[in-house]
Write a protein that binds this ligand. Sequence first.
Ligand code: BTN
Length: 326
Amino acid sequence: MRRSTKTEVLRILRSAGGEPVSGEVLASEIGVSRNSIWKAVTALKDEGYEIEGRQKRGYVLSESDVLSADEIKRYLNNPHCSSKIIIYDTVDSTNNAAKRYAAENSGGDVFDRVFIAKEQTAGKGRLGRSFYSPLGSGLYISFLLRPGIMTESAVMLTTAASVAVCEAIAAAIGEKTEIKWVNDVYCRGKKICGILTEAVSDIESGSVESVVIGIGVNISTTDFPDDLGKVAGSLDSTDADIRSRLAAEIINQIDKIVCGEILEHGDYGYIKKYKERSMVLGKDIRIVNTDESAHVIDIDERGGLVVETESGIRTISTGEISIRLK
Ligand code: BTN
C-alpha cells in the first residue's frame, strides 16, 4: 500500500466535510486505480477510521478517534518530531519499549524517540505500582531523551513534564488542570495523569545518559479496578481524534519546554507555571513516608517542596516521597 494514496484519500474525504466522494473521483484526483482506492479505504478502516461506503454515491468519513502517526502529525508544531514517533497497538509498557530501544541504539538527538501505545499490558506507575492502561480510552506515551551527560537539570525534567501535560490538555480541549507534587495531574478533583521518569544507564560506563519520561492520561476511562476509582478519574473527553490531538500537544510541549527551554537554553521559567498550577502550595499535607503533618510554604527553583513541620522547615526533593492533602 502506497502510504500517500491512503493519506490523500483521507485528505479528500476530510475536506468533503461529510459529503460522499465517489471512488471514481478519488481515483482521478489522486491519479491511481479504483482498486488502489478500495485498498486504501480498507486500510483506513482497519486503522479505525469510520468510513461508510454508500451505494453509487461514494465514501463518507465520520469523525473518528484514531491514534496514528498520520493523525498526530496534523497537530505537530515541529515537523522534525514527526519522524520520531513509534506506535504500538499493544505493548507491555511504553517506558520498557523506550528502554529497550535505548539499549539497542546508542546516540541520537536530545529528542530521540517517542513511543505511544493504544494499550499497555504491564503499565508501570511510581513506587512500584502498576498503571491501569486499558485499550482505547487512554493515552500511554513515553519520551526517550538524551540530554547528554546527566546534568542537574535532568532531575527537573519530570516536574517540567507535568507542566507540559497541563499546557497540552489546555491546548487540546481547554480543560483546567492542577499538579499534585511531584507530578500527578488532576482535573475536577481526580487524578487523570501520572508520570514515571526513569534513567537509563550505559552498562559499560555506568553513566546515566538517557531519560525516559512516561506519561499516562486517562481520557475516557470510567471502569477503574478496585479502589482506584476513588482517586482516579478521566478527562471525560469524547472529542473526535482526542488521543492523537493530545499526543501531538504533549509532544509539542515536551519539545518546547524540556528540549528547548531547559536543555537547550538552561531556562527554568516553567517553575512559575508549575507553582501556579500547584494544588499543594499553601496547604496542609501529610507526608506519608514519615507520617508527619506539614504545611507547604513554597516550591523552590528546583521543584523541591519546602515544608514546615513540628521539627522545623525543610525541603523535600525526592520523588520517592508520597504526600496527601488534608
Ligand atoms: C504514576 O501515576 O504512578 C505514574 C504512571 C505512569 C504511567 C505511564 S503510561 C506510559 C508510561 N508507561 C508505563 O509503563 N508507565 C508510564
